[in-house]
Ligand binder design. Structure first.
Ligand code: OGA
Ligand code: MN
Length: 296
């Protein structure tokens, strides 16, 4: 089998969201396949793999062949309540007995933060590189995932704005993103664990050299700016970056795996019926360095 990657929408989005065929993620990848996947990520920012009937172990082997993983320390599940190891993020609405979480369950309400535009782990000092999301069970309708191309969004800014934001540093915290939804029941330990971290607003991709807007709903401040002005500006930039021409909406089929580069994209989940099962598992590669080290 040889890997082939074609744009999902060659007419209006030839450089964003590639569809991959000719690869079986149940088997360890060859060095050539690993190189092709990285090259595809550099080009498309999002890669879509269909019909990959993998289990957690196979997802872990595939993910580790691309680079070191980060740990799932960004959720609020107590260790005894987890359905899976710390190498996997549980992106589901299930408890450890595989029962759908109650509508007012704290873990569910916290997880609704995924419905706001974000980049994974931007609230950690060393954020995420790639995320790999495998759909094991999906609801009959709803629950799409949308991706925004932050390279194209950066390129489309006017020159004055590009100059203004060139060296801006934002403060990111899960306390900010959840606050947007009115979720503020954090324990004192969580408030310490999720104290704001610094990230560049404009970062350079280490291999392609392209610049992108590094935004997320976790961003709640800009260094040196009054908070309301910073939030109004970040909201403006987010509105700009998530215009439809920059967005690919993924409609899931069971056993799709979608992989995205958090350095050059934002994403969000869309609503679905909270009584239906949605079971997705995410592995996440660490960026290994802070965005502060990826200056334009
Ligand atoms: C994630 C995420 C969106 C979704 O896995 O990081 O934000 O649609 N998922 O579940
Ligand atoms: Mn996410």
């Amino acid at each position: 089998m040889t890997i082939s990657i074609v744009p999902q929408d060659p007419v209006s989005r030839s450089f964003f969201a590639g569809e991959v065929s000719g690869i079986d993620l149940r088997k360890p990848l060859t060095a050539e396949e690993v190189a092709a996947v990285h090259a595809g990520m550099d080009r498309f920012g999002v890669l879509i793999f269909h019909d990959q009937m993998i289990d957690d172990e196979q997802q872990l082997v595939f993910s580790r062949s691309l680079g070191p993983l980060e740990q799932a320390t960004g959720d609020i599940a107590a260790p005894q309540d987890r359905r899976m190891s710390m190498d996997l993020n549980d992106i589901s609405n299930l408890d450890k007995n595989n029962k759908v979480l109650a509508r007012d369950d704290r873990r569910r309400l916290f997880g609704l933060g995924n419905q706001l535009w974000h980049s994974d782990s931007s609230f950690k000092p060393v954020p995420a590189k790639y995320s790999l999301l495998s759909a094991r069970h999906i609801p009959p309708t709803g629950g799409n995932t949308e991706f925004a191309d932050m390279r194209a969004a950066y390129d489309a800014l006017d020159e004055k704005t590009k100059r203004e934001i060139h060296d801006m540093i934002c403060q990111h915290s899960q306390i900010f993103s959840r606050g947007i939804l009115g979720f503020d029941e954090f324990t004192p330990e969580e408030r310490v664990k999720w104290a704001p971290v610094r990230q560049r607003l404009v970062r350079r991709h280490p291999t392609t050299g392209r610049l992108s807007l590094y935004l997320a709903s976790h961003a709640g401040g800009i260094e040196g700016w009054p908070v309301p002005e910073a939030r109004a500006f970040l909201r403006d930039l987010t509105e700009h970056a998530t215009q439809r021409q920059f967005v690919y909406a993924h409609v899931w089929k069971p056993y799709d795996l979608v992989m995205w580069d958090n350095r050059v994209t934002m994403h969000r989940a869309r609503r679905y019926d909270h009584t239906e099962v949605r079971d997705m598992r995410r592995t996440t590669l660490t960026n290994e360095v802070s965005s502060l080290e990826q200056a334009p």
